[in-house]
Design a protein around this ligand. Structure first.
Ligand SMILES: Nc1ncnc2c1ncn2[C@@H]1O[C@H](COP(=O)(O)OP(=O)(O)OP(=O)(O)O)[C@@H](O)[C@H]1O
Length: 535
């Protein structure tokens, strides 16, 4: 419009052409627009000044936009390949330190650089000493996967805060956390899809930040959502094998179980149907090889995604919620498949299912933005669920009178002053929790809360015979209280998880948002409601 308004009439055409070519230089859509305008303007196609245009492919007609688009496609493809490779010329990179350190500066440093601080100060920055120890261990270990103090923030939202762990070959590491804890972001960071704000990830000692293409060769990813196309299961595997540059597609995963520690299940799977593609065997999809992926059941779709992740026999396998949406039976089959394919590689599994983490994970990491606890499920139970859970059933159940239930509760309070009795009792059944260390303390009925604290404080670490004392008391009073059965169990991983997130005051993302709404908007709404009501 500016050209048409202000340019001399005889120069309008040439000025418009110059403007078109200049804009099209940096915008591919500008080329398409120019081609479209030419199509709608017959004079532009047929005339070249006062003469007839030689042909439509002339540089001033369609030739210009086509040439520009070709050059732009090549440049953008080159940029994409360069960006995806993660390569940075030396002059653009900051100082590279392959060795990562705990306690890096929070100022979003791309290296895991160590600030000179005392060990106590360093340790206090981590949720507990096991988390700190893992962050230190991951510096020098030879694990196939090393996640070094990785962080990611989206604006003000710090989604992942200095998470550090290592996964050696043959180990399954289960990453647990409530909704919005940053599990999928952590997987994205390990994959190299999300650029970290700080820290680094090393796959077979290759940095996902600085050698992304090389590091990615070592990983296979089974994403949270199945991305299926209109192809059969077999065609999917062939397609992804070619995309990954795998030549021997048919026997690609022949060596899935080459490790001497390979499980018997794994070896059996490989023996069966030796002529089938081994990925098919490994994930147990042989029967559905020619079925359209969209027609597979949810469980088999997950297996196909796992099969795709196994293409190329990666040494690090990332499984994001591997059994989500599966029924109990399919879940167990998936677990067997996962443990079969885990031998000889490092497997990171994110899950909401504590049962799954317990069943599969050699080690478990519980995170909510930062790592809150790490260890085997047994060590976590010992550390964070150090209590016995007792379930009593009265012999008159389900018709036990309230008086008898009150008598049992009274007995519990006298014998286990620090026990927590569940408020609700179901048809003559009572559940209570006794802290392990104090299971053997006897107190009188009149003991005040201070007395109880005193009793707890007086327990020494050697006072660990709580379980025998607990059984002795239950056995002695069993008949007197009219108990039919009783069961004593240790904390489940569910209880451990709740204890840990409770201790760190972690809430689910939606709940947090709801609380924020209550704080600001909620208060305003309440005030408006009150004002309207008063009026
Ligand atoms: N692309 C993004 N842009 C902005 N914020 C994001 C983005 N991706 C994730 N987040 C935020 O990061 C936090 C962690 O999200 P993430 O999806 O990693 O959690 P999660 O543990 O995988 O949750 P879930 O178990 O529900 O899948 C959330 O607060 C989320 O809103």
């Amino acid at each position: 419009m500016a050209i048409i308004t202000y340019a001399p009439t005889e120069k309008i055409d040439s000025f418009v052409t110059i403007a078109h070519f200049t804009i099209a230089l940096v915008t591919p859509s500008g080329n398409l627009l120019r081609a479209l305008l030419l199509t709608f303007n017959e004079f532009s196609l047929l005339c070249h000044g006062d003469e007839r245009a030689s042909y439509a492919g002339d540089i001033t007609v369609y030739g210009g936009p086509i040439l520009y688009l070709l050059v732009q496609s090549l440049l953008l493809l080159g940029f994409l390949v360069y960006y995806d490779s993660g390569y940075r010329p030396a002059f653009l990179s900051r100082k590279v330190r392959v060795k990562c350190q705990p306690n890096f500066q929070r100022s979003m440093d791309t290296n895991c650089t160590l600030q000179a601080r005392s060990q106590d100060a360093e340790e206090s920055e981590y949720a507990d000493e096991d988390v700190y120890r893992e962050a230190v261990r991951v510096n020098d270990c030879k694990d196939e996967l090393r996640v070094c103090n990785i962080s990611k923030s989206y604006g003000d939202n710090l989604a992942v805060d200095r998470v550090a762990f290592g996964v050696p070959r043959g180990e399954i590491f289960a990453l647990l956390g409530p909704n919005g804890a940053g599990k999928s972001t952590s997987i994205g960071l390990i994959r190299g899809d999300v650029a970290p704000s700080g820290g680094d990830v090393f796959l077979e000692n290759e940095s996902i930040v600085k050698q992304r293409a090389a590091a990615r060769l070592h990983q296979g990813v089974c994403p949270q959502f199945d991305a299926m196309d209109s192809m059969t299961s077999l065609e999917h595997l062939h397609f992804y094998a070619r995309a990954r540059g795998v030549t021997d597609v048919e026997h690609n995963v022949e060596q899935v179980c080459r490790d001497p520690t390979a499980t018997a299940v794994c070896r059996q799977l490989l023996k069966k149907r030796a002529n089938e593609p081994q990925v098919m065997n490994a994930v147990g999809l042989s029967a559905f090889r020619n079925r359209m992926a969209s027609k597979l059941s949810g469980g088999n779709k997950r297996k196909l995604s796992l099969g795709i992740a196994l293409i190329g026999n990666p040494s690090v396998l990332l499984v994001d919620e591997g059994s989500s949406g599966m029924d109990a039976g399919a879940k167990r089959i998936m677990w067997r498949t996962l443990s079969a394919v885990s031998s000889g590689r490092s497997l990171v599994l994110t899950t909401h299912s504590l049962e799954e983490a317990d069943a599969l994970g050699d080690r478990v990491g519980i995170m909510a933005r930062r790592m809150l606890a790490i260890g085997t499920s047994d060590s976590l139970r010992r550390k964070h669920g150090d209590a016995y859970y007792v379930h009593l059933v009265h012999k008159d159940a389900p018709h036990t009178s309230d008086a008898k239930l009150a008598e049992i509760k009274n007995w519990i309070r006298i014998n286990f002053p620090l026990a927590t009795i569940e408020d609700r009792s179901f048809h003559g059944q009572i559940r209570f929790e006794v802290p392990n260390r104090v299971a053997s303390i006897t107190d009188d009925t009149s003991s005040s809360m201070d007395d109880k604290k005193g009793a707890k404080a007086s327990v020494t670490p050697t006072d660990r015979n709580g379980i025998s004392s607990l059984f002795e008391k239950l056995e002695t009073s069993k008949d007197e209280l009219g108990m039919e059965f009783y069961a004593v169990s240790q904390a489940t991983l569910d209880q451990v998880f709740l204890n840990i997130v409770g201790k760190h005051n972690v809430q689910e993302e939606d709940y947090q948002k709801a609380r924020i709404a209550t704080g600001a908007w909620g208060k305003t709404k309440a005030w408006l409601r009150k004002t309207a009501h008063d009026a």
